[in-house]
Design a binder for this molecule. Sequence first.
Ligand code: BES
Ligand code: ZN
Length: 600
Amino acid sequence: MTTEQLGIAQAPSDVHSYAKPAEAVARHLDLDIAVDFDKKVISGKASYQIENLAKGNQIIFDTRGLNIEQVYLGKEQTPTTFRLGDEKKFLGKPLIVDIKPETDYVTIQYSTTANADALQWLNPQQTAGKKHPFLFTQSQAILARTWIPIQDSPGIRITYSAKVQVPKELMAVMSAENPQQKNNTGSYTFEMRQAIPSYLMALSVGDMVFKPIGSQTGIYAEPATIDAAVYEFAEMDKMLVAAEKLYGKYRWDRYDLLVLPPSFPFGGMENPRLTFVTPTVLAKDRSLTSLIAHELAHSWSGNLVTNGTWDDFWLNEGFTVYFERRIMEEIYGKDYADMLNVLGYQDLEHTLEELGSNSDDTRLKLDLEGRDPDEGLTDIAYEKGNFFLQNIERAVGRERFDQFLNKYFQTFAFKSTNTDLFLDFLRTELIKGDEQLAEQINIEGWVYTPGLPDDHKKPTSSRFAQVAAAFNSWKSGKPANQLQTKDWSSHEWLHFIRLLPEQMSQQQMAELDKAFGFSNSGNSEVLAAWFIHTIRNNYTAADKALDKFLTSVGRRKFLVPLYKALITTPTGKKKAQEIYVRAKPNYHAVSTNTLDALLK
Ligand code: BES
Ligand code: ZN
């Protein structure tokens, strides 16, 4: 396959973008913006080098809730005419700019509004240091268009440079080459020389410092958080070594982390060169670092080889979960990776149950037309995707599969892919007409059929077998404080808590809490799993801790199950609404959009 055959011209159109890249496409962005914390507005210019492939007279960008003030053509900035089309839910409005056949540069002067869902403006109280405000963006899946007018499709890649003006006492970082120190002008410049899709545009502004881990890796965080983060993520260099050994050279120069305030709505976001992470993985024992392996793995699956549309999301996340587990296996051994696989399988079973295993949304290849892509982004892509790849690995052997994957990354590097392109590659490079193998791999069953294929292999874990043994002896009467739980990691605890019956007596709850201190755990995964039981069993001794968790943490993955558990009873629902009113100012729009619908 030639690179041209894999390029834009072949890409199927993206139903979540107004852009028509086959006609006129952006290649490079020069961003020149100012960040105003008083007004909570970003304003400035987005200038694009464009290619007018069709030599027509318009180019279309995506916008949502932006003020478009003026548009200019050419480096000399001649004003041109433009219009905003009709607003569509989730998608916003197309910005249609009149150009000439020879136009190669377009400048859009704009400002953001209060509706910029990508942005979260934090007041000082919402930060660890409590002294300075903080701003961060979250562009995936289709929110880049709420803070930059952009061709907002993962099938389109641009390089970028940026000039960002921020208040003097703050520092700015982006998904690009970054400063390692604050300067005294508040003016920062950035360069991203590798072409990236729009959902990887990222900016954060706040009081932050940098500390190195290895020569190529390091951490940005608020001064109050940096030391805890340096301890927690000390192994990130090892992860980079392991990842390169598996899939080839890291292609983005540096790999740094930015630890955000707790309202960050995700666990992690793989912004190139600078992964954004939640502080809820700072467990003080390095037990939740598979999240870093995950975001690092995206440097290959996602950032280097990118899902061309959100219907192909499993190509980003399923591959990344598979790689995350491989990195963890490399560093911590198979026993460790087995635990992650079993927990992942449990998540998958739960999602299948919630969606219904006949639901079309349980196919790997999705159909999200007319919907917010956020809706399709479930554990199916992550875990069913992972188990599909593990199934292929089992069928051909690890060595062959690794060779195949390395070739896939090389072939599609800095390109967008999609389910058909991947499956073609699988057929020509691996299956090669072997009918028995094709049957084993079962593309139809995994990719296009709802639910899980009957012949899938359920993962097992020897360390969890010990957890189950301890749990069973508790169930048959052994006191909790006499169980063999020495050396359990947070994964073993999580498994234990998930094994607990739905209905427990106050006495049982109190016994467990006294023996293991769950309500006061410093581990967010343990806390979130335990609170499900305290809510169900009306164990009010944990109410204060639950309240504190819900009003300080903004990570959607934790919030949604907890609020869902609360609203199953009328009293719980009242409690949930009361907490939500207080907690909401602390949540990012990504979380409140989901929770508003749940709690209305
Ligand atoms: N890219 C995702 C986060 C994401 C997905 C944001 C879709 C917006 C839309 C990131 O890599 C991710 O998967 N994060 C997970 C952690 C991971 C260990 C499963 C999360 O945030 O929980
Ligand atoms: Zn991911």
